[in-house]
Design a protein around this ligand. Structure first.
Ligand code: DMJ
Length: 587
């Protein structure tokens, strides 16, 4: 027995060993299988789909998160905590109209959407074919080019991501996203980048695309860039310069500017707040909060209390001698970001409401004007004010296309802060911009023009003689001149029209948007895409071979959304940055 047993054991040993190996293998296989199942399951959750869709992520070759700071901040101010406030609804309470008229209307809208989408596809395809990776497509000569200060990181590529997603062009979206996650922020021929443009287009573009698609690779790329842009605040007083100079940032040699456009040094609050929310890292919030505290401190000490001058001396942190005030170029998004940052912070930082209300009271009293027109049109515009130490504020009735975002901003502020008068003002400003579009032979308003104005915001009598003496009478009555007659494919007028449609539910805005789209398409289309034009005054347009990335990021996106279901990028779920990238609002 013993012998037999031994023999049996001897014979059994390899068998037992095999069973043990088999069992181990089974366990390993089972474990591997489990890992695979978990991997697939996690992969199906959109947050982690990056690997499932096979993104090859290329990390930037210089890791700014490891860069030591010359002026470290000992304790970061945390993001406001607590349950987000339940803010008033921004969007009108739309209902679905299933009547025959409602169904017919939806068919009209679907065909308009298709036309806008086809303009986008044409522009995107040409960019892909001949300009891919460059900042912009040259829509006449069919080449790619990099824009000064944009780093050559492919501004159009990053700026277009959210539109690709919104228009349902998912294959192109993933192709573009796969390229975007390989951007190396250290791979640039430039010594510096434009802090504002890189924040709103690249950082905003990546965050918006992440908030829509939940692809973590895009968030990773945004964090890398956020860490680079964060370095701009490493100055003695933590105020950012206009240019982020890479070597200066590494050596701790940065200084804020003595005379920088107020919008460019203040318009990062949305993107940096969102980054802080997504990463849980308060450093991004801390720095934008410091800038807001300066706005707060200065608000009532300027030459036009309530507003801030067009240029800032952030170096000495003092109000410089600038006495010009505008909602147009150089200052625009400073104001735009006040209600928007309030929204992204879930209403938990009341300072932004105070800054908005205070500045808009001043705008209403000093910058808004009603044009003098033969029909006494009930419209408003925002002009420029210069404050003289002798005579006080002087308003020039000069209008900029860039300033047409103001209608939408007043509407948004009116909704969020429950100020019905602001919504009305926003409507009148929006209609003013549309009136200026309709006034030109091309159906597009000029970049900059001057108008005859009434003395107050009330209707006033038309004065033919005055107009004949003062104006270029080849223009529509009410215009004095078209100082800069170009159209640069800008979005601001259609932006306000879109916002007004979503906020009021009034389908007249969809009709305006359709008219504007057709005019823009007629006047700017080239064989390859769409181009800026030299003058909106001649229907025979001269194309200037430029198509900035905001054409794809903003102008076409706003138009598309105007004809889409109000649930697509619902304004109660998202806030749009100044480049129209949708950032998720906290619930
Ligand atoms: C865009 O880059 C942004 O909308 C910015 O705020 C102003 N200029 C362009 C569009 O005109």
């Amino acid at each position: 027995m013993f012998v037999e047993n031994v023999e049996w054991q001897v014979r059994q040993q390899p068998h037992n060993a095999m069973i043990a190996i088999f069992r181990r293998k089974t366990r390993v296989a089972a474990a591997l299988f489990l890992v695979l199942v978990l991997y697939l399951l996690v992969g199906l959750i959109p947050e982690h789909r990056d690997t499932l869709f096979g993104f090859t992520y290329v990390r930037t070759s210089y890791d700014w998160s490891k860069q030591s700071l010359k002026y470290p901040i000992s304790e970061y101010t945390p993001l406001p905590t607590g349950r987000p406030l339940s803010l008033p609804k921004v969007q009108y309470a739309f209902t679905t109209d299933t009547s025959p008229a409602g169904v017919a209307r939806e068919e009209v809208l679907a065909s308009r959407r298709a036309e806008v989408k086809s303009a986008f596809v044409k522009s995107w395809t040409s960019y892909k074919n001949v300009g891919f990776g460059y900042d912009e497509l040259m829509p006449v000569s069919g080449k790619g080019r990099d824009a000064p200060g944009f780093g050559g990181w492919g501004a159009t590529l990053v700026d277009s991501l959210s539109t690709l997603w919104i228009m349902g062009l998912k294959e192109d979206f993933y192709e573009a996203a796969a390229a975007a996650v390989t951007i190396d922020w250290a791979d640039t021929r430039d010594n510096s980048c434009n802090f504002f443009e890189t924040t709103i287009r690249h950082l905003g573009g990546l965050l918006g695309a992440y908030d829509l698609s939940l692809e973590t690779a895009l968030l990773e790329k945004a964090i890398e860039l956020g860490d680079m842009l964060f370095m701009a605040y490493d100055t003695p007083n933590h105020m950012p310069p206009f240019w982020l100079d890479f070597d200066d940032a590494k050596r701790g040699n940065q200084l804020a500017g003595y005379h920088d456009p107020s919008a460019s040094v203040t318009s990062s609050s949305l993107e940096f707040s969102r980054l802080a929310q997504l990463t849980g890292n308060d450093k991004y919030y801390d720095v934008i909060n410091r800038v807001a505290l300066v706005l707060d401190e200065w608000q009532n000490k300027t030459a036009l209390p309530g507003m801030w001058p067009t240029f800032f001396d952030f170096n000495q942190l003092q109000l410089d001698s600038d006495s010009s005030f505008t909602l147009g170029a150089l200052a625009d998004s400073l104001y735009e970001y006040l209600p928007k940052t309030f929204a992204i912070l879930g209403g938990l930082e009341p300072m932004y409401e105070k800054l908005y209300r205070g500045s808009m009271d001043t705008v209403i009293k000093n910058l808004l004007f009603r044009p003098k027109t033969p029909d006494q049109d009930d419209i408003l515009f925002s002009g420029n004010v210069y404050v003289s130490s002798d005579t006080g504020p002087h308003l020039t009735a000069e209008v900029q296309h860039l300033g047409c975002f103001v209608g939408g901003m007043f509407g948004l502020g009116g909704k969020l802060f429950n100020i019905p008068e602001h919504l009305e003002i926003g409507e009148k400003i929006t209609r003013g911009c549309v009136w200026a579009y309709d006034a030109m032979p091309t159906g597009i308003m000029p970049e900059i023009f001057n108008l005859e104005k009434c003395d107050t915001l009330d209707p006033c009598e038309w004065d033919e003689e005055q107009w004949e003496n003062e104006a270029d009478t080849t223009l529509k009555k009410g215009f004095k001149n078209a100082r800069d007659p170009r159209y640069l494919l800008r979005p601001e007028a259609v932006e306000s029209v879109f916002l007004m449609y979503r906020m009021t539910g009034n389908s007249e805005y969809q009709e305006m948007a359709w008219r504007m789209f057709q005019s823009i398409r007629n006047a700017t289309e080239t064989d390859l895409a769409f181009s800026s034009i030299n003058s909106v005054r001649n229907v025979d347009t001269v194309k200037s071979d430029s198509m900035e990335s905001f054409w794809l990021a903003e102008t076409l996106r706003y138009l598309y959304l105007t004809f889409s279901s109000p649930d697509l990028v619902n304004l109660d779920d998202y806030v749009l940055n100044t480049e129209a990238h949708p950032l998720k609002r906290p619930r």
